[in-house]
Design a protein around this ligand. Sequence first.
Ligand code: AMP
Ligand code: MG
Length: 407
Amino acid sequence: MLATADALARLLDAARQVEGRERVGTLDALNRVLAADVTSPLDVPPMHTSSMDGYAVRAADLAGASEGAPVALSVSQRIPAGHAAAPLAAGTAARIFTGATVPAGADTVVMQEMAQVLDDGRVAFAQTPAEGEWITRQGADIERDSVILPAGTRLTPQALGLAASVGCAQLDVVRQVRVAIFFTGDELRMPGEPLEPGAIYNSNRFTLRALLAKLGCAVTDLGIVPDRLDATRETLRRAAIDHDLILTCGGVSVGEEDHVKPAVEAEGRISMWQIAMKPGKPLAFGAVRRGDEGSEAFFIGLPGNPVSSFCTFLLFVRPFLLRLAGVTNVTPRVYPMRADFSQKKGDRRNEFLRARLNESGGLDLFANQSSAVLTSTVWGDGLIDNPPNHAISAGEIVRFIPFSELI
Ligand code: AMP
Ligand code: MG
């Protein structure tokens, strides 16, 4: 059996970024991956701005101001945000608002709460301000010509905002990864259909489709394919034509009704990996020939058990797809967390236990860790990555991968 880390290394080693890029509007670029660095054509903010409502002054003009001896200045101009500012006349203050341009000659903003408007229209200051106070310097956030988002970045809402803050209306992104998915199992029915004896609902279709959508893939769902070799081969041929990855679910064990392995062998090549992980064990990886082109589509076959397919997707398919999409960093962050439970016997495989954060900052374990019990994945906040043969004692620090790192 292959260790989880070795299986992942093999998979990532085979992954190549898809060719092709496109320009998309920044508003439409969520979850896409940058094909080129984004460089800022300007300083942000583009000028010195006030971070308070108040008065722009020269700090030196207020030297010595105190409660006993306030200094009064006349107000020479009013600068709302979005308006140009004239240079500050010597010995005066400018009324200024948050986000407005600090006038040339001013070096400090005094917040309005620290200033008193006099009857004659002047403002009195009863304290000496610290020079530079309440001014956001030009370029404090971003300096002109700096790379703000490197190629290989997956665009989060924050990244879109950052790109927009330097005026990028469009972004160069890698084309979407195209994934064909199908499901095997004569027992599978769709919600809405009656469930005759022996049948179950195709829950994995919903989980896997949604996971693919969250990764920003273009998905073709080929539905449920009958448990027959000819039907499986024919579907694989069709799927290979214009997809980067063919993902299947179920039928990769070695039972008589498991036709995926022989079908992929006939249409391409396959390695069956017995991975030393729980849940999950069998994962099939290979490729399917694309007509007579000489090229091929990648193939990954997931186990049918709902928790197994969910976990193997998160741990293997997700980083593989991110690599195809050109993402540089595909490794989820692992958090050291306290186990508030004990598990006396360690499994000989690397376990991925569904666990939940409790209010005292530790982790609780879902009672039933069976790979058929999907409830655990909704109850849990993430997976404990428990090494082989390792019993867990209460209070111990374990490796926790929150679902937010994986979904
Ligand atoms: P298999 O990998 O085909 O041997 O399936 C393993 C188990 O997972 C069986 O109990 C199947 O009924 C179940 N299963 C397979 N595919 C799905 C699916 N798409 N949704 C829910 N359960 C499934
Ligand atoms: Mg099956």
